[in-house]
Design a protein around this ligand. Structure first.
Ligand SMILES: [Fe+2]
Length: 299
């Protein structure tokens, strides 16, 4: 385990007695709620290490009822590694915000003067691994909810590890050594739209990714961004990918998170994918997002 941030180990305080920290798994394969910690305060090194271990075990950590500033979010991100620089759009400041820190991205459908103030504003999103279209995909993503709609906009997290381990031996053998091409395309672009395909950012990664810290194997393809198996005939590739998408998204491998204001979620992009359900377009949704650097070609 590597805790590389210079800021993860704050001064231990009586408010963070180790006995208060509790970990409650949310499903068999993925997700763990962390209770008994107020992330506004520096997290002692021992607690940070326990959180990191739980994160490796469960891929997704959920913290409820937090009240975080952007500085707090930056500090917590440091527990999981080094900040990834964001190629984020210029933000219009939402009401109540004097600034947006450089490494924080707004995810929001809020509009000011007719313009969205954040990224990924509306509607549902299919399952995907963040930045799988890059050679150096982000290791982790953190998302903190400031405003949420009264219903919808849930995030579904799928365990690539659970899905891989449930495959029969013949399928595991078939997948061995295969690589998939992954595009940065969102919803509307078809796999066979050659112009769009040529224009988009893309990267090739193993279909089964070995986690660089746990050593466990996980499916590393997703319905939104994985478009073909390298070197395989198109029809065969489509059939295999569709099977893997359907398999990965089975409810038994998925934790569904219904957001409340003040939730912080940290997920591991190396072994989990996620999706978003639709939500009412006339209700405000505003979240703060931070990302952690991965290694270039870490397998
Ligand atoms: Fe995402």
């Amino acid at each position: 385990m590597s805790l590389t941030s210079p800021i993860e180990a704050g001064t231990p305080t009586s408010q963070h007695a180790q006995t208060a920290l509790r970990f409650a798994p949310l499903t068999r394969h993925i997700g763990c709620e962390v209770e008994g910690i107020d992330l506004r305060r520096p997290v002692p090194a021992e607690a940070a290490a326990a959180m990191y271990r739980a994160w490796l075990d469960h891929a997704v950590l959920v913290f409820r009822d937090q009240d975080l500033s952007q500085e707090d979010l930056v500090r917590v991100t440091g527990i999981f590694g080094e900040f990834a620089p964001l190629g984020r759009p210029a933000h219009t400041l939402p009401k109540g915000f004097a600034k947006i820190l450089p490494n924080i991205m707004l995810i929001s459908n809020v509009r000011e003067n007719g313009e969205t103030i954040g990224a990924l504003p509306d509607g549902e999103m299919m399952f995907h691994h963040d930045t799988i279209h890059r050679d150096d995909p982000h290791k982790a993503t953190l998302l903190y909810s400031v405003e949420v709609p009264s219903y919808g906009g849930d995030t579904l997290f799928a365990s690539g590890t659970g899905a891989y381990e449930a495959l029969d031996p013949a399928m595991k053998q078939k997948l061995h050594g295969l690589r998939a091409v992954n595009f940065y395309v969102y919803n509307s672009v078809k796999r066979n739209d050659k112009q769009a395909v040529d224009a988009t950012s893309q990267a090739v990664h193993p279909v089964v990714r070995t986690h660089d810290e746990t050593g466990r194997k996980a499916l590393y393809v997703n319905r939104l961004m994985s478009v073909k198996i390298e070197g395989m005939a198109e029809a065969e590739s489509d059939t295999l990918l569709d099977f893997l998408f359907d398999h990965s998204e089975k409810p038994e491998f998925v934790y569904t998170h219904a957001w409340r204001k003040g939730d912080l979620i940290v997920w591991d992009n190396r072994c989990s994918s996620h999706a978003r359900t639709d939500f009412p377009s006339d209700q405000r949704r505003l979240l703060l997002r931070a990302t952690v650097k991965g290694m270039c070609r870490p397998y």
